[in-house]
Design a protein around this ligand. Structure first.
Ligand code: HEM
Ligand SMILES: *[C@@H]1O[C@H](CO)[C@@H](O)[C@H](O)[C@H]1NC(C)=O
Ligand SMILES: *[C@@H]1O[C@H](CO)[C@@H](O)[C@H](O)[C@H]1NC(C)=O
Ligand SMILES: *[C@@H]1O[C@H](CO)[C@@H](O)[C@H](O)[C@H]1NC(C)=O
Length: 341
């Protein structure tokens, strides 16, 4: 039976329907969308300021949050894209990403919890954990090294986190291996050379460099590309007995860069002169000097701190866009350590 509706009101109904549909499509994001600067401008206008306040407060007490937050963002983005999967706590039978061996010094996850709690109070259920990690890393770079950039946001949180998937490059990777790992996530030699510049910050566990000091390869007991002065210092700071199969001490650490004018929690271009002088602590960092392209970029950054800052910002934005979930993909977690369902 046909509905008895006067023709003009039917038209009106159709028009209203169209308006409603348009309104609905504006409110419900498409399944996939793009990240955008100021994504939370309407839904949570203070989100970025709240995260910055939390990072600043923590850094005032302990500057070591700055390298930790930058590294956390890299680990999040490298595995499954920047989707907050690195934050998930393991559950019985399901070891999460953070259980995988490269997690040494993944610290300060509680800064993300604090920031999440603060944004939840202002705008419940709106700001993703993945965005908080990316924003916190951005703030850390600004506080550590005056690296400033607008960060596109709108990431959604992933619903998978598995230790078995963690395929981060090893600290003893060759340049070619590291580059191919970076290429697999859409980053290139400039990004690799630039982002490794943050290895002027923080500390390294002796266990990760013992091979460079004592049992390198069949022609040399130590890595011959390492500066002799640095070798002597590292052998003293990391004596053979602190890391043995019986004594996997996780406590002994050395600065990533002994010649950092801003100290271990500042970010500047001082990584590059160290690499060029054979004074990188990690093998992967020293590898940059072995590749023509990376070496040229390193030499340029060594003499141009401003260029380094500008490119660091660009490469961080690029890293922050790796395999992101957007629109209606994933979820916005309520607790960064647990999936919603
Ligand atoms: C080939 C890629 C990379 C490898 C093999 C690598 C490896 C490492 C290792 C072994 C450490 C020391 C961990 C420890 O002993 O506690 C470290 C620390 C660090 N990494 Fe990387 N990394 C890589 C890429 C990156 C990238 C792309 C960034 C930045 C976007 C980054 C930022 C940092 C920071 C800031 C630290 C110091 C952390 C702290 O002190 O808490 N790394 N990295
Ligand atoms: C890192 O992994 C080890 C197990 O390999 C685990 O005991 C430790 O709690 C993890 N660290 C973090 C910060 O989750
Ligand atoms: C040992 O390492 C050095 C420096 O990287 C290299 O020149 C040499 O060929 C290596 N020896 C072997 C047997 O791999
Ligand atoms: C194990 O390493 C620690 C450093 O963390 C050191 O103090 C201790 O003497 C080592 N144990 C042995 C048996 O060498």
């Amino acid at each position: 039976m046909a509905l008895k509706v006067p023709r003009h009101s039917l038209l009106l109904l159709l028009a209203v329907g169209a308006v409603q549909a348009a309104a609905a499509s504006a409110a419900v994001p498409p399944p996939q969308a793009q990240l955008q600067v100021s994504f939370y401008a309407r839904s949570c206008p203070r989100a970025e300021a709240i995260v910055r306040r939390v990072v600043r407060r923590r850094a005032a007490r302990d500057r070591s949050v700055l390298p930790a937050l930058i590294r956390l963002h890299f680990h999040d983005c490298f595995v499954r894209g920047c989707d907050g999967s690195v934050l998930i706590d393991s559950t019985p039978g399901h070891p999460a990403e953070k259980e995988a061996p490269p997690n040494l010094t993944l610290r300060m996850l509680d800064v993300v919890d604090d920031a999440k709690a603060a944004v939840e109070e202002a705008c419940p259920g709106v700001v993703s954990c993945a965005d908080i990690v990316a924003l916190a890393a951005r703030d850390a770079a600004a506080m550590a090294g005056r690296v400033r950039y607008e960060l596109p946001t709108g990431r959604r949180d992933g619903t998978v986190s598995s230790a078995a998937e963690v395929n981060l490059p090893s600290p003893s990777a060759s340049f070619a291996e590291a580059l191919s790992a970076f290429r697999s996530i859409g980053l290139g030699v400039v990004d690799l050379t630039t982002l490794l510049g943050s290895h002027t910050m923080g500390f390294c566990h002796c266990g990760l460099i013992m091979n460079r000091l004592y049992n390198y390869n069949s022609t040399s007991p130590f890595d011959p590309t390492m500066d002799a002065g640095l070798l002597a210092v590292l052998r003293r700071r990391c004596p053979p007995h602190v890391v043995t199969p019986q004594n996997q001490s996780r406590d002994v650490i050395v600065p990533m860069n002994f010649v950092a004018p801003l100290g271990p929690f500042g970010l500047d271009n001082s990584f590059y002169p160290s690499v060029l002088a054979g004074r990188a602590v990690l093998q992967i960092d020293q590898e940059l000097a072995s590749s023509g392209a990376a070496r040229r970029i390193a030499a340029m950054f060594a003499s141009r701190p401003g260029n380094f800052r500008v490119q660091f910002a660009k490469s961080m934005v690029k890293l922050g866009g790796v395999n992101v979930l957007t629109g209606r993909q994933g979820e916005v977690r309520l607790n960064c350590r647990r999936f919603n369902s």
